[in-house]
Design a protein around this ligand. Sequence first.
Ligand code: ADP
Length: 586
Amino acid sequence: MIKNDMTTQSRLILSGLIFSTLLIIVIAILAVFNIQNRLNDGYENFGRIISKTLAVETVDLIKDIPKENQYISLKEHSGKILENNDDIAFIEFLDKDGSVIYSSKNDYAKQAKLSTITINSPMITGLLDKKTVGSVSVGLCGGIISKITNTIRTSLILVFIVVWLVFALVILVNSYLTTKELRILKNGVKKISTGEFGHKITDKDVSLEVKQLFESFNDMSHRLHEYEKQNIEHLTLEKNKLEAILMNIANGVVVCNSEDEITLMNYQAQKLLDASEKDLINTKIQNFCDKNGNTCFKTGIKEFKSKKDFSEPSAIDLDINGKVIKTLISKMVQGYIIVLIDITKEAEIDKMRGQFISNVSHELRTPVTVLRTYIDTLYNYGNEFDFDTQKEFIGTINDEIIRLHNLVNDILDFSRWNSDIKLEKDYYNLQEIVENCVKSVEVLAKEKNVIFSVMQEDNLPKVYLNEDSIFRALKNLLSNAIKYSPQNDKIKIKTELARKSGYIQVSVEDHGIGIAPEYQQKIFDRFFRVENDTHTIKGTGLGLHLVKIAIEKHHQGEVFVNSKQNEGSTFGFIIPIEPAEDIIKS
Ligand code: ADP
């Protein structure tokens, strides 16, 4: 741990400190060793001088003393020397044959044991006739040497400790001072790395190089701050752009993070989910409940997460607040994005298309069955019927063929009119078209004993139109009025100038079953039938859609309906009297 925390510089300082300590120790040991050697040499010289002096003294002392008294004199003399001198361990006098005259080793045995160096000096008489009469051995204990050595060693250790401490202190102070700038720089870099761009570092007592380094650092910090500012502005701009796009696209968009929490949603998504952003942000998408209490996304998200391949979005149709919502879930780097597309209308049309096919089949089967039965009967038993019965049969066959014809025409018109065909137009007397149309449905009206009341405003102008298209539209309105009216009812048809200037209006008023308000917007949609659920009255759901196409697409007019359930309906349209382009010009 410590090793990891240590910087290279600290390691260098520590190694230097250890190395210098070892060096000082080696130097000190060598110095002590050297001093000790020199002291030993000096001490030996000192011993030699003593022994020589003693030899000279002894020659003088014993020259006039008889041999038997020499022992006592030498003993006394030696005793005086030994008692006054701690450093001399023993003194030994030998005659010229090497026999001991006197040795202090017996009298001063304890002191004699301390001897470390022994030095001999010959005893020589006369200056001219030099004669060796014996020798003196002096033993030295070396007490002074060890005292001096100890003192030197202690002093050296003390000096060493003091020097070492001063040295260490100097290194530490120096490294503190040099690393102070580094520390300031390090703190600055740390702040930058945590995103505190623009942070400045200063210190007064710094060298020129460090000052330049600090200036460069501050410059870099300032640039980073500026860059960040620009970047943030740029990012904010981009973010705003993206948000604006996201908020305004027609489909709902919900963004979730990897914890399934909603982080972003656009207006359309709020509309489709019927919930506000503040209620849903940061909540889990799986917990979302629609008005009917369904946790709509739970299963879809589970399925999406269990997928292995995320290259394609998961598509599921969900029922949210009674609407059919196509949901596309795509993976993002973190989390996922859900696109919500309202396909209620398409789903309804799909349903209605299915219903339409069933209705058309039904509508076709009925007349075909009637025709088969009637023709079969006439063919096999025709001779048995009287003329009136035969006529009645043929009348019914004719009616069914007309119904079949109308139905096939409706279907053909539907496919023809839905494509962009150009219809021939001219100026026609609209009232004449109305009267002809009424005539064409009279047979139908008679079946229910319904009577028509046709009214028109005086002096109506001729209208620029396609006769066939308007005739069919009107016929559909009249057929519906008959179909949805009770027996013996009266249907009012009015042609007049519309309130909208330049337009003429035709309306068909009945007193039939009427239409509930919730269906009034939808009845002009293709395949839509109020009776789809009940199947009481036959039909394909195409009639009013064709009216709308004839009036709005072919004649740039408008269709309308006013209806009250169980009271009756007024269907009608307005179309421009002159060509539509002329109206726009004037
Ligand atoms: P259909 O073949 O079913 O009559 P239409 O497009 O002509 O198809 O009409 C659509 C729906 O509008 C009908 O199913 C019916 O419910 C309603 N409708 C049309 N005309 C009338 C009317 N005069 N009175 C009441 N309901 C009507």
